[in-house]
Design a protein around this ligand. Structure first.
Ligand code: TYM
Length: 329
């Protein structure tokens, strides 16, 4: 089986953007691939986090993975900080990555311009992500469009590392991103020109996977559209309604053009009501499972077993990297 690796930061409660762009695929790919899913808490601390909240969200994200349908008998779920090889491999990656490459990352430029003070970790965030991916001999990485640049950096690193230290042999596997064709970039429902983000200060801009049904209805109702009243897919001129159509399509698995036909002549009000129904139909049962799991001991057992499995694979790859570059006796 080909290998999949991906991760989500516990820097907020995941939104339907995270779900459509990445997490939905986590569940779908389990049958066909050998999957490893990480809760990347070390990435989260590249910007300030309240310790107690971070701990709570880390556990919460693990419960959410399971509630979404990730099956611990098929996939490995673990917490990044419980596998020391990530930080160790990240150091090696940093020493084989150029400062210029990191300074060029748009996510770094975006995030650093929003912070009062910028940690060194924000700059070296991508090498830690590279480490995450290469440690598990990953073939595919399901992510949203915003991770494309980090994936290119990862591929550049793998090629460079293998060339420099491989002596003709492949030390690390070359990973490829898996980005959904539609839904790789879900936009804010308040400002459809900016990306939906779990750390948006305006909570009306996103729908979190744990929003209560009545909150979901309210947020969808107040989603920004336009004044034409016509439901059609036109990203350029009608970004609001196009974004809602993409979301609708992701939650019903109905193609966008089919939805456009179905809602021809219907007003935005009716369309939004049906959209809220579709989101709630999928999220509500998931939320019930989430709250059951959150307080269970089962969750800790799964995370313990996951960390153990992950540690075995990761430390093997780390050793291979260290040996290749001369960090051994
Ligand atoms: P994070 O936590 O920001 O987001 C998790 C996943 O959700 C995707 N995503 C979106 N997809 C569509 N529309 C959106 N508005 C949207 N917002 C976020 C992200 O692309 C991501 O796939 N760097 C990663 C975490 C990470 C990682 C890794 C991922 C660390 N190590 C190794 C893959 C492999 C991040 O910030 O994700």
């Amino acid at each position: 089986k080909k290998k999949i690796f991906s991760g989500v930061q516990p820097s907020g409660i995941p939104t339907i953007g995270n779900y459509i762009g990445a997490m939905k695929q986590f569940v779908q790919r389990q049958e066909e691939y050998d999957c490893t899913y990480c809760i990347v808490n070390q990435h989260a601390i590249t910007v300030p986090q309240d310790p107690a909240t971070l701990t709570e969200r880390t556990r919460g994200l693990a419960a959410l993975y399971l509630a979404l349908g990730i099956d611990p008998n098929k996939s490995t779920i673990f917490i990044q900080s419980e596998v020391p090889a990530h930080a160790q491999a990240a150091w090696i990656v940093q020493c084989n990555t150029y400062l210029g490459e990191l300074e060029r990352m748009t996510q770094f430029k975006d995030k650093s311009s929003k912070q009062e003070t910028v940690s060194a970790g924000l700059l070296t965030y991508p090498p830690l992500m590279v480490a995450d991916i290469v440690l598990y001999n990953t073939d595919f990485v399901p992510v949203g469009e915003d991770q494309k640049q980090h994936m290119e950096l990862t591929r550049d690193f793998v090629q460079r590392f293998n060339n420099k230290y491989g002596k003709g042999k492949k030390i690390l596997s070359m990973p490829e991103p898996m980005i959904p064709e539609d839904g790789g970039r879900i936009m804010s429902i308040q400002d459809p020109t900016s990306k939906m983000s779990k750390s948006d200060k305006n909570t009306k801009g996103y729908i979190s996977l744990l929003d209560e049904p009545k909150v979901i209805r309210k947020k969808i109702k107040s989603a920004v559209t336009d004044s034409s009243g016509i439901i059609e897919y036109d990203k350029e001129n009608k970004p609001g309604i196009s974004n809602l159509l993409t979301i609708f399509s992701a939650f019903t698995d109905q193609p966008i053009d089919e939805l456009v036909n179905e809602f021809a002549g219907s007003g935005y009000g009716n369309f939004k009501e049906k959209l809220a129904d579709a989101i709630i139909a999928e999220l509500e049962p998931m939320q019930n499972r989430y709250y059951e799991l959150l307080s269970s001991k089962e969750l800790d057992d799964i995370l313990d077993a996951g960390a153990k499995q992950a540690n075995e694979i990761a430390s093997e790859t780390l050793k291979r990297m260290e040996t290749a570059i001369g960090l051994h006796r």
